[in-house]
Design a protein around this ligand. Sequence first.
Ligand SMILES: NC(=O)c1ccc[n+]([C@@H]2O[C@H](COP(=O)([O-])OP(=O)(O)OC[C@H]3O[C@@H](n4cnc5c(N)ncnc54)[C@H](OP(=O)(O)O)[C@@H]3O)[C@@H](O)[C@H]2O)c1
Length: 317
Amino acid sequence: MLDAALDRALDLTIAPGYSRVGYELRRRSWPGGGADLPQMEGRTVLVTGATAGIGRAAAERFAGLGARTLLLARSAERGERARAEIAAATGNPDVAVVLGDLGSLGSIREAVARITEHEAALHVLVNNAGVMAPERTLSADGIELTFATNVLGTFALTEGLLPLMRSSAPARIVTVSSGGMYGQKLDLGDLQTERAEYAPAAVYARTKRAQVLLTQEWAVALAGTGVVAHAMHPGWADTPGVRDSLPRFHRVLGPALRTPEQGADTIVWLGAAAEPGRSSGGFWHDRRRRPVNLLPTTRAKPGDGARLVAECRGLVG
Ligand SMILES: NC(=O)c1ccc[n+]([C@@H]2O[C@H](COP(=O)([O-])OP(=O)(O)OC[C@H]3O[C@@H](n4cnc5c(N)ncnc54)[C@H](OP(=O)(O)O)[C@@H]3O)[C@@H](O)[C@H]2O)c1
């Protein structure tokens, strides 16, 4: 492994660690330069947000490892395009689209029903899709859209698929958070930003912190079932989402950004490699466990995770 002190220095100085420099340095110490992942024939993987960016790259790599790869997409046309491209690029014909919009609870309920009816098993669920709405907008269910998509849709999909995952154990939930969460504390009294000013990056970061808290709750609730839950952050990758939502950041960082494949690497490692199957509730970046807080002010209080789950259950109904 890369010397632990150097790895931690990369992490704490943020820009070098989150950029492609951090990935390239760390990759050198991984077996096979990172190309060492076990084959996944006989495993079924579902990736949300698989039509673009990091999710698209993760889905292609899972398919390349031989997994039956399900792409959750809100657009039939973009889903079909991704499916055809991934099948052609990997030579794996076992790639399918499941329609589902994470911003709509009804749509996710239908997606869960279809998956449960048609799939014999689900071994890896990758909660990758995420948005940063530029202004406070309501979902079809009347819920603030960034929270509705990143937290509530993810929660509804995961909880809905848990019976199938339990019966498929060993199985893994991998949720894609963001390093941006390090700067924010979750406000359980204002999950939908009804009182605080709607600052897109801060709201997004709080939803990313909520995802990590949910992951820790799933890890506890699922202990002993053979289903593990991990969260990760991909660093900074050049994706349509970053280009559209953070154009200035995208211009300034430019060539230092990771490729989507580099951003997706730890997602696929968490889904495929042996090591992450032996623990649960971790927060990972570049194949190494990372702290959940860098600032004392962002720490959750005991009971916050259970409260978040209760709030989500109440909203999902
Ligand atoms: N890129 C980075 O540097 C970075 C850094 C930190 C964290 N992340 C996290 O990594 C994940 C992927 O980011 P990205 O940059 O690859 O994003 P992206 O380029 O914006 O792609 C997002 C994907 O999610 C899908 N999606 C969005 N809303 C959806 C919804 N309501 N229902 C279903 N699918 C939906 C999009 O589908 P459509 O084709 O329909 O739009 C697209 O496939 C996100 O969770 C993000 O927060 C990214």
